[in-house]
Design a protein around this ligand. Structure first.
Ligand SMILES: [Zn+2]
Ligand SMILES: [Zn+2]
Length: 183
């Protein structure tokens, strides 16, 4: 089921597996850029972004003791996140010129942070979307203890329509959360 898959996508070991799949897709596409391969590769990314979004909704639901579902509107958001990621990826592929023996480490170094950003963006957007569905007025932006100064400055509770959307940079792990009932 999607739920389990997602929680694992955010858990380091299974994330590695997911990432290896992305990377394989990139390499396949680079070496044999056929329509079918390209399509298969896009599916890898879309499913990871979908899983992350749904996982975000489920996490927000569990914070509130509720059980969310995926709605039609969510699919549009998910498509947008996947498309942005694919565009960035295409740019990297255009940058790295044709190489008959592609240097995997080089691809990996540049693509990994983008893949992580796509998953983390989608996870947070899923949370936010669920809070909107529940007509929450406030949302809390939580920052990790080792966050950078800029992120620390952003921590706090915001009206839902004004909350900044994490991640704010590569390796940012800021997270949106149910704010409860602010006084
Ligand atoms: Zn930061
Ligand atoms: Zn951050």
């Amino acid at each position: 089921m999607v739920y389990g898959k997602l929680l694992k996508a955010l858990e380091p070991r299974a994330y590695e597996e997911w990432f290896a799949k992305q990377l394989r897709g990139v390499l396949e596409r680079r070496l044999a850029p056929t329509y079918e391969r390209g399509y298969e590769y896009e599916n890898y990314i879309e499913s990871a972004v979908f899983d992350a979004f749904y996982g975000g909704k489920l996490k927000a639901g569990s914070e509130m003791g509720l059980d969310p579902t995926i709605k039609r509107k969510d699919l549009i958001l998910i498509d947008g996140i996947s498309d942005d990621f694919l565009e960035d990826m295409e740019e990297i592929l255009r940058d790295l010129h044709v190489d008959p023996a592609p240097d995997i480490a080089r691809y990996e170094k540049r693509i990994r942070p983008l893949a992580e950003m796509a998953v983390w963006t989608s996870y947070n957007e899923g949370k936010l979307e669920f809070l909107k569905e529940r007509q929450e007025r406030f949302v809390h932006l939580r920052v990790m203890p080792d966050a950078c100064e800029n992120c620390v400055d952003l921590e706090g509770t915001y009206p839902i329509e004004n909350v900044p959307h994490p991640p704010f940079h590569i390796n940012c792990r800021c997270e949106l959360e149910y704010a409860g009932s602010p006084a």
